[in-house]
Design a protein around this ligand. Structure first.
Ligand code: NAD
Length: 315
């Protein structure tokens, strides 16, 4: 838990509820489990392929297995009120290596969970991604932006996101898709921020790919937990909402921020650009604010300062 960790409202319908969190041993999943487990009957389904069983809150029950195992999913959804579905093959490179399995895990398993949630009258909240937009034609990116993903990851998330939005038209199902932008925070192991922090910790230069002017919308995991909780209780179902801050930060600016916060001075150097890297990304947060009642609260400077305090100053 962090200083900004969200707390469940005293009258939250999630209190005392039966909740399944898939991917609950992962980075984001373990944070939503930390928020819910002291107050609800939380079960976690995770194959621990990228997640770590030791991060699962002691009050939650972990089942190690795959979301593609329908017998297990049947068992875990036998009695359930809410499903937070975060399990996925979570990176573009991993999905490029396994495009067919990507559909099984990221898309078909989502469709099956929707069937089960509909059978049980349970709410399902799905971890979608800004990757569904591919190369956006406008910034900030509204939810109405055409979706043109080019990677197996983005395509699999978009197909699942469409199932989530349309499912309520075919069956009695309350489901919401949240399109996370670049999430960061304690416990994250992959991504540009943990990489910069690890290098700063080792006193090594921070390597920026390309000119560093590529931008991202970095959103703190505590804000993502707030968005997940809001989505679990909103009346605006059958929708997808952006989860970002609405602020674009260049990778160069990020590297400078980390370098300035690190106790020792670390230089910022440049390397070859990454092929097929999205140039600019930033959420339009209007719809999430107006319809979901969600707005990010943690600034990148505060979020990074707290992370640097945890990971670097401890040395
Ligand atoms: P993560 O890798 O830490 O978490 C994913 C979890 O899913 C892991 O614990 C992994 O072991 C588990 N998993 C993978 N395949 C599984 C399977 N077949 N059955 C059961 N469990 C399985 O990643 P994260 O960053 O916490 O991402 C959580 C979700 O949010 C993912 O769906 C990801 O696509 C989505 N997302 C994340 C970001 C981000 O910036 N971190 C951005 C957009 C979307």
């Amino acid at each position: 838990m962090t200083e900004s960790s969200p707390r469940l409202d005293a009258d939250s319908p999630l209190r005392g509820a039966r909740i399944l969190v898939t991917g609950g041993a992962g980075f984001i999943g373990s944070h939503i489990v930390d928020c819910l487990a002291p107050h609800a009957d939380v079960r976690v389904l995770d194959d621990c392929s990228t997640g770590d069983r030791d991060t699962v809150h002691e009050d939650a029950t972990l089942t190690v297995g795959s979301v593609t195992d329908r017998g297990l999913v049947d068992e875990l959804t036998e009695t359930v009120d809410h499903v937070f579905h975060l399990a996925a093959i979570p990176s573009v490179p991993a999905t490029l290596d396994a495009p067919t399995r990507t559909l099984d895990v990221n898309t078909t398993a989502t469709a099956y969970l929707l069937e089960r949630a509909a059978d049980r009258d349970a709410r399902l909240v799905f971890a979608s991604s800004a990757a569904v937009y591919g190369r956006p034609s406008q910034l900030p990116i509204p939810e109405s932006e055409p979706t043109t993903p080019r990677s197996p990851y983005g395509i699999s998330k978009l197909a699942a996101d469409q199932y989530v939005r349309a499912y309520g038209d075919w069956d009695d199902c309350d489901a919401v898709a949240l399109r996370f932008f670049n999430v960061y925070g304690p416990g994250q192991v992959a991504g540009v921020i943990p990489t910069f922090l690890a290098r700063a910790r080792a006193g090594e230069p921070l390597v920026v790919h390309g000119d560093g002017n590529q931008t991202r919308d970095f959103v703190h995991v505590d804000d993502v937990v707030r968005a997940l909780v809001a989505a679990a209780t909103t009346t605006a179902t059958g929708e997808a909402f952006n989860v970002g801050t609405g602020t674009a930060t260049s990778v160069e600016e990020l590297a400078t921020l980390v370098s300035d916060l690190a106790p020792g001075s670390v230089p910022v150097v440049h390397d070859d650009p990454r092929p097929a890297d999205v140039r600019e990304s930033c959420a339009d947060t209007t719809v999430a604010r107006d319809e979901l009642g969600f707005a990010a609260e943690v600034s990148l400077t505060d979020g990074l300062a707290s992370l640097v305090g945890r990971t670097l100053a401890a040395d």
